[in-house]
Design a protein around this ligand. Structure first.
Ligand code: FAD
Length: 391
C-alpha cells in the first residue's frame, strides 16, 4: 500500500482503516492486474472472489441479508472502491456494480425482495445491474420513455435501456420505467427484472475503451409481477436519486484510487529514469508536476471523504457528493495525464499501468452525472441557499 496517512483523518473510525489495509493485502494477492481477454469471464470471477472473501457484504445493507452493517456504510464503500481501483479497474467495477445494482433494493426494497436478492449479491452468487439510462435519456434522465403498463397483477415493460453495466452477464436488473402516475420525474417506478424474464433481451453489446460488460437492453412485452416493484408507484426517480447519492461519492473514491496509482507509478519512474546525468525526478519541472499531482489528490480525497462522512451522519449530501465527484474525476484525469507524460513513450504503450489508467478514468467524468451535471447541481444548490437566506 502506498501513502496511507489519509486513513488517520478524522472522517474515519479505526475499523475503516483496518478494512482498507486488509483489502489492500488481499487485492495484492488475489486481483489480476492486466485487462482480461474475456471480460465477461473475468468479471464473473471477480464477483465470485469478492463475494467469497466477504468484501461484497459492504455493498448491501442489513446483517440479516448478508450485509456487513444495518445501513450502508458510505465510507467503507468508498475505501473499498479506492483500494480496488488502485489495483484494477475491473475489480472496482465488479464491486461497485453489485452495490449500485442492488442499492435500490437495500434502500427501498420490500422484506421479501431484500431476503431474495441481497444475500446472493453479498455472496457473489448473483450479479446485479442498474438500468436507468436510455438512448434518448442520459443526462436528462426524466425524459425516459421505457414504459411500464399495469396489467392485472403484472406490469408490462416496453422500450430500451442503454449503457447498462453488467448488461449480458447480470442475473437481475433494477429497471426504471415510466409508469405514468404524473408527468416527468414523478411518473417513474422501479422494478426488479430477472435476466431470464421472457421479453427482456440483449439488443447490443457495447465495447468501450476500458473494457467491461456493457449492453443495450430491449424490453418487448416483458411481463414482471407487480410484487417486483421497488418502493411505491411513481417513486422510482426518488429511489434512483437516493441510490446515486450513495454511489456518486464512491465514483469519486474510485477516481482517487486511479489517481493514487498514477502518482505511485510517476514517482517510481521519476526516481529511476536516467537522463542528462541524473534522473528525471532531479529536475524542478518534474517536482512541480509531482507536487501538483499530490495536491490534486489530497484536495479530492478531502472532498470525497467529507461527503462520505456527511452521508454516514445522516446529513444531506447532494452538494457535497457533487463537489466530490466533480473534483475527483476531473482531478484524476489531470493526474493520470501527468503520469503518462512522466513515463514518456512508455506511457502510451498498451497495457503499461499508466496507459490502462488513462483509459480507465475517462468514463467516470461522464457516468452517474457528467461533470456539467455536477456543476449544475452545485450552482443551483448555492442559489437555493442564497434565496432561502434572503426570504
Ligand atoms: C462506461 C459507462 C457505463 C455506464 N453504466 C451505466 C449503468 O450501469 N446504468 C445506467 O443507467 N447508465 C449507465 N451509463 C450511462 C451514463 O450514466 C450516461 O452516459 C450519462 O448519464 C450521460 O448520458 P449520455 O451518454 O446520454 O450523454 P448526454 O446526456 O447526451 O450528454 C452529453 C454531454 O453533454 C454534457 N451535458 C450534459 N448536461 C448538460 C447541461 N445541462 N449543460 C451543458 N452540458 C451538458 C456533458 O458533458 C455530457 O457528457 C454508463 C455510461 C458509460 C459511458
Amino acid at each position: 500500500m502506498s501513502d496511507t496517512t489519509y486513513l488517520d483523518w478524522p472522517f474515519f473510525q479505526p475499523h475503516h482503516a483496518a478494512l482498507a489495509r486488509s483489502l489492500d493485502a488481499w487485492a495484492t494477492q488475489q486481483v489480476p492486474q492486466a485487462h482480461a481477454a474475456d471480460v465477461d469471464a473475468a468479471c464473473r470471477a471477480l464477483v465470485r472472489s469478492l463475494g467469497q472473501a466477504g468484501w461484497l457484504r459492504h455493498a448491501v445493507a442489513g446483517t440479516a441479508h448478508g450485509g456487513a452493517t444495518e445501513v450502508i456504510d458510505t465510507r467503507a464503500i468508498c475505501l473499498i472502491r479506492e483500494t480496488l481501483a488502485r489495483h484494477s479497474g475491473l475489480a472496482d467495477f465488479a464491486f461497485a456494480m453489485q452495490g449500485l445494482g442492488s442499492g435500490a433494493i437495500s434502500l427501498a426494497g420490500s422484506p421479501a425482495q431484500r431476503a431474495h436478492y441481497l444475500p446472493r449479491v453479498a455472496a457473489g452468487q448473483a450479479i446485479a445491474a442498474f438500468a436507468l439510462s436510455e438512448p434518448e435519456a442520459g443526462s436528462d434522465v426524466a425524459a425516459m420513455q421505457c414504459s411500464a403498463r399495469v396489467d392485472g397483477d403484472h406490469v408490462v415493460l416496453d422500450g430500451e435501456k442503454t449503457w447498462i453495466s453488467n448488461g449480458g452477464i447480470a442475473d437481475f436488473y433494477v429497471v426504471f420505467a415510466r409508469s405514468g402516475e404524473a408527468p416527468g420525474a414523478r411518473g417513474i417506478s422501479a422494478f426488479i427484472v430477472d435476466a431470464d424474464t421472457p421479453g427482456l433481451s440483449i439488443a447490443e453489446r457495447i465495447d468501450v475503451i476500458a473494457p467491461h460488460p456493457l449492453a443495450r437492453l430491449r424490453f418487448s412485452q416483458c411481463r414482471v409481477p407487480l410484487s417486483q416493484r421497488v418502493g411505491e408507484a411513481g417513486e422510482g426517480f426518488k429511489v434512483a436519486m437516493r441510490t446515486l447519492d450513495v454511489f456518486r461519492t464512491s465514483v469519486a473514491a474510485a477516481s482517487l484510487g486511479f489517481a493514487r496509482r498514477a502518482l505511485d507509478e510517476a514517482l517510481a519512474r521519476a526516481s529511476s529514469r536516467k537522463m542528462f546525468g541524473g534522473v528525471l525526478g532531479d529536475f524542478q519541472l518534474t517536482q512541480a508536476k509531482l507536487a501538483q499531482m499530490a495536491t490534486t489528490i489530497d484536495s479530492a480525497a478531502l472532498l470525497t471523504y467529507r461527503a462520505a462522512w456527511q452521508r454516514d451522519q445522516g446529513r444531506n449530501v447532494t452538494r457535497a457528493a457533487a463537489m466530490a465527484k466533480l473534483a475527483a474525476t476531473e482531478g484524476a484525469q489531470q493526474v493520470i495525464d501527468a503520469a503518462v507524460q512522466i513515463w514518456g513513450g512508455l506511457g502510451v504503450v498498451s497495457e503499461q499501468p499508466v496507459e490502462r489508467l488513462y483509459r480507465e478514468i475517462r468514463a467516470l467524468r461522464i457516468y452517474e452525472g457528467a461533470t456539467e451535471v455536477q456543476q449544475l447541481i452545485i450552482g443551483r444548490d448555492l442559489l437555493r441557499e442564497q434565496a432561502a437566506a434572503q426570504a
